[in-house]
Design a protein around this ligand. Sequence first.
Ligand SMILES: Nc1nc2c(ncn2[C@@H]2O[C@H](COP(=O)(O)OP(=O)(O)O)[C@@H](O)[C@H]2O)c(=O)[nH]1
Ligand SMILES: Nc1ncnc2c1ncn2[C@@H]1O[C@H](COP(=O)(O)OP(=O)(O)O)[C@@H](O)[C@H]1O
Length: 204
Amino acid sequence: MKKKGSLFVVCGPSGVGKGTVCKELLRVRPEIKLSISATTRERRKGEIDGVNYYFLKRNKFEQMIENDEFLEYAKVYDNLYGTPKKYVLEELNKGNDIILEIDPQGAMQIKEKFSDGIFVFLLPPSMEVLRNRIIERGRDSKENIKKRLKCAYEEFDFIREYDYYIINDDLSGAVNSLIAIIEAEGCRVKGDVLEIIRKYKEEI
Ligand SMILES: Nc1nc2c(ncn2[C@@H]2O[C@H](COP(=O)(O)OP(=O)(O)O)[C@@H](O)[C@H]2O)c(=O)[nH]1
Ligand SMILES: Nc1ncnc2c1ncn2[C@@H]1O[C@H](COP(=O)(O)OP(=O)(O)O)[C@@H](O)[C@H]1O
């Protein structure tokens, strides 16, 4: 019997490794789906429209808000980011697990709408490692790095809103923890199992 898919939200400060962990997860577990967000931010070198993000003009993004096409959206570092509703709902209905890699404001909007969503927060091994990862990524100005680290401190205060945390020290360790969470959640006693039991009883 096919189970309904679960919705996972992966959050954590900029530079902690959300993108890296999710990408590696999809490589080893291609059956898991990743929602592609829409954004008004400029495309960076190497990024592909429709792969990394849907890069939209602000008026197109606003039109999608008007048409209620987002599950959630938020302003992050001066740009708008949102999760298109259609793909996520389609995949869940097909029975696929789906991951949203979004910011904490978006995560809290999802929590309101999906009470059985699973919320995972990635932590760095230390603040020094976090700072070094942002520096080594080589994308942010000194001022931006400061802004991102300040934001991280604020985000930590909301860790209680999440179901799980993973310390992204060693990449494969972090990915394995995420897989363990996904697999455990797949076996959670909820509506699906009642349906299985109903079928078993019919067999007797
Ligand atoms: N609310 C919300 N946040 C998003 C979405 N997509 C990405 N983000 C967040 O926006 C922030 C900036 O993302 P990005 O521009 O890729 O920069 P980076 O995370 O610093 O590499 C990150 O915290 C993402 O998790 C989305 O659809 N909704
Ligand atoms: N477990 C890890 N060990 C070492 N470096 C990592 C690890 N995870 C991510 N990184 C590096 O840290 C930087 C930030 O990762 P990224 O996935 O862009 O973060 P985020 O999506 O959270 O902003 C990248 O240069 C990435 O290669």
